[in-house]
Write a new protein. Structure first.
Lengths: 341, 265
């Protein structure tokens, strides 16, 4: 934060980082990565879940409200998008996506109401309601699933300006676009007065109130924006990764996964959402391939997958003990060390 | 205070009338009344547990008194809520430091500018002209305050990492940033050494002199109280014991008794 500020809080380094990331994601990856596996099993779910983690980050890392139920809002977004495309003729995909985010945001406000009365672990329990209620609602009323009896609905193709985006690479590009825009907006909010108000409420709510911050508005705003991000992420997740819509995919396990991504990645950082999502998603893949390559079938596959879980759990515990501020902090420390030399 | 003041003491700006507050059976304040005049520095003193902090909390809207009324600029403060009262122009600091620990000094002080920043989250997200302009303007104001308080070198440090004396300064800075008409300072000099206290007094007097902010401060150091305040109100067991200029308070037998604990005969 020296005098080389170019635009608001953005320094020259920020701009360089941004350009580098754009070059990597829009040029290098599409040119070098040819296999569909990388797109559809790693990059696409990573970006979708990173987006949901940003949502969780806003409500938990910035506004300090322990909420658990990101997957519920993702389900709301996914089914909203499905129904909008199904029922509104010729609705542009991005409009449907934005509207599904807004519908999820409405749910966010509703389920954020308990935050005005309870806090901490009790709030977490209260917000579980969103998880169970939304999934139950979709299951219970056939209208949401267009009275499909099979239980699994195929998601519509993504059509933008008459062109359908169906190959893994095309879908990846759509996601990169959405994630880039929403991430920039999130960074703007986090660094601007909006984010400051959230953090003030997180750090000391009485003082925040005495400075003229309305707790009601700030908390609900955080819940709504968080749910918006989760809703959009959920719609993308269903349309590009799952390629189907089933309420079961958005169960409590997914909520916990997103929670871990945020905690491991580093609370109160946007980059932490991406790092955490990558870690949680890629680590099992890595362990799996190590297991397969090192033991070469000497050990039963089921045992390997159990060992994976154990190693994963132990690593999370070790991590939380030695770097409670998450991987984003670890990354900062490493960078600082190199800078000093 | 021999020379003429730029902002002479005027009519009452804040009136506390017959306020009583109790928590269950414990009476914190009983029928306390006093008024605070525009542009004055008013000290609230009294032994521990006299209800001084509770009084500030009532004015500030954190507690709702069971009886009595608080009138600010001829308007009854009836809807009790700290953020509404902040909007009316009353700001404060806290006894046990209520800073935003993980945020930098500059960000803490910027929160004090909250009521001067009106861009909504969409304008902030898209960095519209309005959001950018107000951010730049308010940052400039905060830089001025930081310079005034001589904490330039620590402005990007997270507040939680600062020593106590500096944190007290940051909290004063945050309250100043609000540009409120009335500042409630709850023991701004507690735990400071003589040097730091002198500095803090200088800041308080300077602000009062230059911008005319009305100050209400709770302080235990009698030397400081007698030096800087225009008027002193003494609370004891939740009651107003005395109210007047320092010289009068010093000579008041009731006050001496309350402090020394003389047995009445």
């Amino acid at each position: 934060m020296k005098s080389n500020k170019i635009f608001m809080e953005y320094t020259k380094n920020d701009l360089i980082n941004f350009l580098l990331l754009m070059i990597i994601s829009l040029l290098i990856i599409p040119i070098t990565v040819k296999s569909g596996y990388w797109y559809s099993s790693i990059l696409i779910p990573w970006l979708c879940l990173a987006l949901a983690s940003i949502g969780q980050q806003i409500v938990m890392g910035y506004a300090g409200q322990l909420a658990l139920g990101a997957a519920g809002f993702m389900a709301a977004g996914a089914f909203a998008c499905y129904n909008l495309i199904l029922r509104v003729p010729d609705i542009p995909f991005f409009v449907a996506l934005a509207l599904s985010g807004l519908i999820a945001a409405a749910f966010g406000i509703l389920f954020g109401l308990p935050s005005l009365r309870v806090r901490g672990i009790y709030l977490m329990v209260a917000t579980l309601a969103s998880q169970f209620f939304i999934v139950w609602m979709i299951d219970k009323f056939g209208w949401f699933k267009n009275y499909d009896s099979s239980g699994i609905i195929t998601a519509q193709d993504i059509v933008i300006m008459g062109k359908s985006f169906t190959s893994p690479l095309e879908m990846y590009l759509v996601i990169v676009f959405v994630v880039t825009v929403l991430t920039l907006l999130a960074i703007n909010m986090a660094r601007g007065s909006t984010g400051r108000n959230w953090m003030a409420v997180r750090d000391m709510d009485i003082a925040a109130e005495s400075m003229g911050i309305s707790l009601l508005r700030t908390k609900l705003q955080a819940f709504a924006i968080s749910a918006f991000y989760c809703g959009v992420a959920g719609a993308l997740f269903a349309f590009t990764y799952l390629k189907s819509l089933e309420p079961v995919a958005f169960d409590i396990k997914l909520s916990f996964k997103i929670l871990f991504m945020v905690i491991l990645g580093g609370l109160g950082t946007i980059s932490g959402a991406f790092i955490g999502a990558a870690f949680i998603l890629l680590f099992p893949v890595l362990l799996n391939s190590i297991g397969n390559n090192v033991f070469h079938g000497a050990i039963d596959a089921t045992i390997i997958s159990s060992i994976e879980q154990v190693v994963f759990g132990v690593l999370i515990i070790i991590f939380m003990i030695y770097e409670p501020l998450g991987m984003a902090k670890l990354w900062d420390n490493i960078r600082l060390k190199f800078k000093k030399r | 205070m021999t020379q003429e003041r730029r902002f002479p003491i005027g009519s009452p700006i804040l009136e506390v009338k017959n306020v009583s507050l109790s928590f269950g059976g414990v009476k914190a304040i009983t029928n306390a009344s006093f008024s605070i005049l525009t542009h004055e520095i008013k000290a609230i003193i009294g032994p521990n547990g006299a209800g001084k902090s509770s009084m500030l909390n009532c004015i500030n809207g954190i507690y709702k008194p069971q009886q009595g009324s608080i009138i600010f600029k001829n308007e009854l403060l009836s809807k009790v809520n700290p953020n509404l009262i902040a909007k009316k122009g009353i700001s404060r600091t806290f006894q046990n430091l209520a800073l935003f620990k993980r945020m930098s000094v500059l960000d803490n002080i910027l929160i004090g500018r909250r009521l001067h920043m009106n861009a909504n989250f969409i304008q902030v997200a898209f960095q519209t002209n309005k959001a950018r302009k107000e951010e730049i303007e308010n940052r400039k104001k905060c830089e001025e305050i930081i310079e005034f308080l001589e904490i330039d070198d620590i402005k990007n440090t997270p507040v939680g990492k600062l020593p106590y004396g500096l944190q007290k300064k940051v909290e004063l800075g945050r309250a100043l940033a609000t540009e409120a008409e009335v500042l409630l300072l709850d023991e701004p000099m507690a735990g400071m050494n003589v040097e730091e206290k002198r500095e803090m007094c200088r800041f308080i007097l300077k602000v009062n002199d230059e911008i005319g902010t009305t100050m209400v401060l709770i302080e235990h150091d009698m030397g400081v109280v007698m030096d800087i305040s225009d008027n002193v109100v003494v609370l004891d067991y939740g009651k107003t014991l005395a109210d007047g200029p320092p010289s009068e308070i010093r000579a008041n037998q009731d006050v001496i008794d309350a402090y020394l604990g003389v047995a009445h005969d």
